[in-house]
Design a binder for this molecule. Structure first.
Ligand SMILES: [Ca+2]
Ligand SMILES: [Ca+2]
Length: 460
């Protein structure tokens, strides 16, 4: 399981505030539209129309927007679904819809095309740095099907300070589990979607089905990722076999951290739908294949652990994971400065690469099964040579959900040239690894501190 780097504690708050933000934004747009042009808002995405319909009924009645708005939204299936929900008729219609689509074509659409009559969810759930997101539901830029696809730009600018962003496709729109909604999708066993990046190489940390909490929580939460998109359309699949699909209000979701979009990314999505595949097997929890990187390059989607666990005199440490001078591979390596100033009085310092970030053993179902690995290799060099690292290790984090084992080497005296080191993992239980890599040293063997570099930290 991959978890978004940082900011997750703020997710609930942002979620709760977000609908009001969208309502206010939609109201503003509508008023501006009415005042300036005498017509409805020029921004005519379905999300805003749906919000208008659901959240601004009083205002609609007071102004004369209502007729135009309902005429427009009547074309959108999820607005109809939202109206159904608002009269507490959620479950029966959902089952009826399921039966119809199963018999007719075996698919249940989240999105196929702008104004398609069977789009069942609205991309209304903007999360995290929602100001970093722009979303075009009717992009005509080489859609995979029909005349339109969804175009998403994520600037990665961390406008709200969360450091991540994402969008849920919800039913009814803006429902974070406070209201009954969604669909009983029992009988479907996978979600498929088509995606492409503007240039290729865009990384999305995860796509999800379900996972909305609240009073009426989704009956499942399944994640897939990370995904590195290609410039050509490609179909992706989320295996839902053996999952409880009896209540799905969050039909589809993408979430990604800003660190994977340092210069912003633009990507496209089309033909998101639930399907039944009679040949699909239940997905076993399988070990990761090797090589498996802890770190290879800055912002790489293949970096699987985060250097979040600073220990001892953490105030003595500086970390730069984008160091461009003389990397071992690619264009970047890691530079670590240990000042040896004993800022916290510990006289030692160290750093864990964790999954998810800051996981000291409290996170359930975290980390990776690295049973396929027989060694952990990494490249290191010292600024001057002679820097002494007391221990390089993996695993060893305790807690309620601890690492399944630990292994290490040391002390290691670094050379000024890159040199590869290896930690033997033969015979180790690597079935649950949350602390992917670690180093530690102390001021007694580095009285003036030290500067050293790491690159290509890899399970093999
Ligand atoms: Ca389409
Ligand atoms: Ca590198």
């Amino acid at each position: 399981m991959i978890t978004v780097n940082g900011g997750m504690k703020g997710e609930e708050k942002v979620r709760k505030n977000l609908p009001y933000f969208i309502v206010i934004a939609a109201l503003t747009l509508l008023i501006i539209g009415v005042l300036s042009t005498g017509r409805e808002s020029p921004v005519s995405t379905e999300i805003e129309q749906s919000v208008t319909k659901m959240g601004m009924r009083e205002i609609e009645e007071e102004t004369s927007i209502a007729e135009e708005s309902s005429e427009t939204t009547a074309k959108s299936a999820f607005s109809l679904a939202a109206q159904n929900t608002s009269v507490e008729a959620a479950e029966e219609p959902a089952e009826a819809v399921l039966a119809t689509t199963t018999a007719a074509e075996g698919v249940f659409n989240v999105y196929t095309d702008k104004n398609a009559p069977d789009n069942h969810y609205a991309p209304s759930g903007w999360m995290g740095d929602f100001g970093d997101i722009s979303l075009d539901l009717e992009s005509m830029d080489s859609p995979h099907s029909g005349s339109t696809c969804i175009k998403i730009n994520y600037s990665g600018a961390a406008t709200q300070g969360a450091g991540w962003a994402g969008v849920y496709w919800q039913n009814p729109p803006n429902n974070w589990g406070e209201r009954k909604g969604g669909f009983d999708l029992t009988g479907y066993n996978k979600l498929t979607f088509w995606a492409r990046g503007e240039n290729g190489g865009e990384a999305i940390e995860k796509f999800k089905v379900g996972g909305v909490k609240g009073t009426y929580p989704d009956s499942l939460e399944v994640e897939m990722g990370p995904v590195e998109l290609s410039a050509e359309w490609r179909q992706y699949s989320v295996n839902l076999s053996n999952q409880d699909l009896s209540y799905v209000s969050g039909g589809f979701c993408w979430v990604s951290p800003a660190r994977l979009a340092p210069n912003g990314i633009t990507f496209y999505i089309d033909d998101v739908r639930f399907e039944y595949d009679p040949n699909l097997q239940v997905e076993e929890e399988t070990a990761e294949s090797v090589p498996f990187n802890v770190y290879a390059e800055r912002n790489s989607v293949n970096n699987h652990f985060i250097a979040s666990g600073w220990m001892g005199d953490y105030g003595d440490l500086e970390l730069d994971e984008s160091w461009t001078a003389d990397p071992h591979s690619g264009t970047t390596c890691i530079r670590i400065v240990y000042s040896g100033k004993v800022s916290q009085g510990a006289r030692w310092a160290g750093m864990y690469w964790q999954n998810p970030p800051n996981n000291w053993g409290h996170a359930k179902d975290a980390g990776f099964d690295l049973s396929a690995a027989t060694k952990l290799t990494f490249w290191a060099r010292g600024e001057n040579g002679g820097e002494r690292i007391e221990e390089f290790k993996m695993g060893g984090i305790s807690g309620d959900y601890p690492d399944s084992d630990a292994a290490g080497i040391g002390p290691v005296v670094l050379t000024p040239e890159w040199k590869q080191y290896s930690i033997d993992l033969a015979g180790k239980d690597l079935s649950y690894i949350i602390g992917g890599f670690c180093w530690a040293t102390n001021v007694d063997v580095n009285p003036e501190g030290c500067v050293f570099y790491l690159d290509d930290i890899t399970y093999e």
